[in-house]
Design a binder for this molecule. Structure first.
Ligand code: S3P
Length: 746
């Protein structure tokens, strides 16, 4: 082999030689052969049965047991023999003329293979590309070979510093032809990661089956061993020889994983022994949520990066009316706070009606990461085993808060007061949002925290800072800033008071009181002192008025509509949408008004009405801050002009909601002119067309509602984040008569 003259970029290969016709080698050979990108696939295996079966199974074009003959004239040589057999094959190869052949392998550990290559060749040749397909089956042998074995599986290549990029590209292409996702990784990282995710589970499966099989009552045990045993031990039927080699070859990394596991298993043993229910539940709930998260990654519905990995578009057919009686999901703001305060309380807090959206789940996960045992959510029920104000533990890594600004801003205050350091990170949208508004006052209280450029996330918060209470006049009306400082104030020496320029949602104050923590509210100032305790309680989360708002506008604009929205929170700091729609002529009545757990609630009946344009009163802006996207749709359907001012805050929400809504409305033929702090909309006809939601949940849902009055279909792109606040929006919208659906093959 020589390094200099590499293969031409032409992807069509002359000859591929696969050495080792087991499950992996056989599947690779068969897949490449069936793809037709290679003129000839040659197999080489010392086992006569494998050779006999390979031809009729269509795995290769030609087969031999003579290595020299097999590699003669090969463009690519794939080594698919057990890791410890590599050395002898490589030694033989080093004595042959391989021409310009690219050499690659499919071994499960990479360090040992590279060592064997070095030993055989004196150095690792530039045309050697170490690789590992993360795919397999408990079945072995050429008879189990499947051309599609690697489809949608990862293949990790671990090229070395001097590995030829062209050779890497060629090997990548071959795997891609088989439908695999090819990634590159440093060699040492590969062996460490695989020790934990593949080698350790195999060791455990082999060990458990062996332990049970050697017990005298084994027949009985196996007879009753159903789902769990079968699932857990499937991989114990894997090829013993191959796995023996893996453990010998990846000794050190496997030992590290095994030691960590043994330690944790010891803790679980102690918990079982001592009847320690909390520890057991803590491990199980954390594991369950991690496993579910893992399943969504496997299903390519990654919860971690919905905006980047999950392309979901909506299409909404024109016309229709809305009717019926529905309950929209739980209030997002209250759901976040129930987890936060429930975690800090003493005792067990039971939550009903919790919003199972990605934003509030991000908060829930953050507290699990800080050692709080939380059961659920199950049908909106969450049980939080509070740890008390000083019971949080350092999380194992950065807290990932997805799309959720509320999580990041509120947590920053709470975490600035803890003894441990934390880092808060978010998705692409959250990473652009301003955090200076919380960082600045927190620093004045003595917190030590850093943001990235221009006050953006990530937030790096240093623990063990002594916070001092202070009087803070907020420059903007923000419930998130207010809540952040109140949470910091729980721990600060002296009194913390926050004065707001206009009323903002007061869920934090109400809920603190619900947990028995004294909070003083006088005019526009809220005051809190340290030294008290939160006592666990029951929380009934009302339906979210921000989610109900889409249906309130829908019923208002679509002729013949009559809709009841059940059990909606009508906290006076949240009812701007009702006030504004009524001022526009909306027909909205509140029925069955009651108070549930310190929050006012009602059923809201909305009937179609002829809306008229208005100047939106500036004092309503903070009370309807999240509802403007859909109120702009109402304005587009109203007679005359609607003007919004004093709402510059909308420019720094999940998207720039003024610009994005103006662009979308204009694309649908509506006259909508953005201004620095608002928008001017002239009611008129909504045409069909395509709009971009910019990954903003509320924009996506607003344009779905607009379809009720559109003359043609509306296509809405980038809608995956609807799941942050309103899982199953589409289902509920369809149930009442909005003709929106997922666009197929986005
Ligand atoms: C929220 C407050 C509001 C709102 C957000 C939730 C809260 O933000 O837009 O969706 O739960 O405190 P600001 O307080 O920043 O206006």
């Amino acid at each position: 082999m020589s390094d200099s003259s590499l293969l031409p970029p032409n992807p069509v290969l002359g000859r591929l030689t696969v050495v080792g016709l087991g499950l992996i080698g056989g599947s690779f050979a068969k897949g490449v052969r069936e793809s037709g990108i290679c003129e000839e696939v040659v197999g080489c295996d010392p086992d006569p049965t494998a050779r006999r079966l390979a031809l009729p199974l269509g795995v290769v074009d030609r087969v031999t047991d003579d290595l020299a003959e097999a590699v003669q004239g090969a463009d690519v040589i794939m080594l698919a023999v057990p890791v410890l057999a590599m050395e002898s094959v490589l030694t033989q190869l080093s004595g042959m003329d391989l021409g310009q052949a690219v050499l690659t392998d499919a071994g499960s550990t990479k360090g040992a293979v590279v060592k064997a290559v070095e030993k055989a060749f004196g150095q690792t040749p530039a045309l050697f590309v170490p690789g590992h397909p993360i795919a397999g089956s408990e079945k072995s042998g050429v008879e189990a070979a499947k051309a599609e074995l690697f489809k949608r599986h990862k293949v990790i290549l671990t090229p070395l510093e001097h590995t030829s990029p062209q050779a890497v590209e060629l090997v990548s292409k071959l795997w891609q032809v088989l439908g695999a996702d090819v990634e590159q990784m440093a060699l040492a990282d590969h062996d460490e990661v695989l020790a934990a995710t593949s080698h350790l589970p195999h060791l455990l499966a082999f060990s458990l089956v062996d332990t049970l099989a050697s017990r005298s009552e084994n027949l009985e045990i196996f007879r009753y061993a159903a789902g769990g045993f079968r699932d857990f031990t499937r991989i114990a039927a894997s090829d013993p020889l191959m796995w023996r080699d893996v453990f010998l070859a990846n000794r050190d990394a496997v030992l590290r994983s095994l030691d960590a596991f043994t330690k944790d298993l010891g803790r679980l043993r102690a918990a079982v022994d001592e009847g320690d229910a909390t520890t057991l539940l803590g491990v199980f709930t954390r594991a369950k949520s991690a496993r579910e998260h893992f399943s969504t990654i496997l299903a390519r519905r990654a919860y971690m990066e919905p905006m980047q990995t999950n392309v979901i578009n909506f299409v909404a057919a024109p016309g229709g009316r809305v009717q019926g009686s529905i309950r929209v999901p739980g209030d997002k703001s209250i759901s976040h706070r129930s987890i936060m305060l429930g975690s800090l309380a003493e005792g067990v807090t039971e939550v009903e009606g919790f919003l199972e959206g990605e934003d509030s789940l991000a908060t829930l996960q953050a507290f699990r990461d800080m050692g709080v045992v939380i059961e659920g959510p199950y049908h909106g029920r969450v049980t939080i085993n509070g740890v008390g104000l000083n019971g949080l533990q350092a999380p194992p890594g950065p807290l990932y808060l997805g799309n959720s600004g509320t999580s990041m801003r509120l947590l920053s205050g709470l975490l600035a007061a803890q003894m441990f350091d934390t880092t808060l990170v978010g998705d692409a949208s959250l990473s652009k949002r301003p955090m200076g508004r919380v960082a600045k006052p927190l620093r004045e209280m003595g917190a030590r925290l850093e943001t990235a450029n221009e006050g953006r996330p990530p937030l790096r918060i240093q623990g063990d800072s002594r916070l001092m209470g202070m009087d803070y006049e907020m420059p903007m009306a923000s419930a998130q800033v207010k809540s952040c400082l109140l949470l910091a104030g729980l721990y600060a020496a002296g009194t913390t008071s926050v004065t707001e320029p206009a009323p903002t949602r007061d869920h934090t104050e109400r809920m603190l009181q619900g947990f028995g923590y004294p909070v003083k509210v006088k005019g526009s100032t809220v005051t809190i002192e340290p030294g008290h305790r939160l006592t666990a309680c029951k929380i009934d989360v009302p339906a979210d008025i921000s989610s109900a708002a889409f249906f309130m506008v829908a019923a208002s604009i679509a002729e013949g509509s009559d809709l009841v929205l059940e059990h909606v929170g009508i906290n006076p700091t949240r009812i701007g949408v009702i006030n504004i729609l009524r001022a526009m002529g909306g027909d909205i009545s509140l029925q069955n008004e009651r108070e549930v757990g310190g929050e006012p609630v009602a059923d809201i009946r909305v009937r179609h009405a002829r809306l008229k344009g208005i100047e939106i009163p500036v004092d309503q802006v903070p009370l309807a801050i999240d509802e403007f996207p859909v109120l702009f749709v109402a304005a587009a359907c109203a007679e005359g002009r609607t003007v919004l001012r004093g709402a510059e805050e909308l420019r720094v929400k999940e998207s720039d909601r003024i610009q994005v809504m103006a662009d979308g409305l204009q694309a649908l033929g509506v006259r909508a002119e953005p201004t620095p702090d608002g928008i001017v909309i002239d009611g008129g006809t909504i045409h069909g067309g395509s709009v971009d939601s910019h990954g903003d949940h509320r924009i996506a849902m607003s344009f779905s509602v607009a379809s009720l009055r559109a003359t043609d279909e509306i296509h809405i792109s980038d809608c995956a984040n609807v799941a942050t606040s309103f899982p199953d929006f589409i289902g509920l919208a369809q149930a009442v008569g909005i003709q929106v659906r997922l666009e197929e093959s986005a």
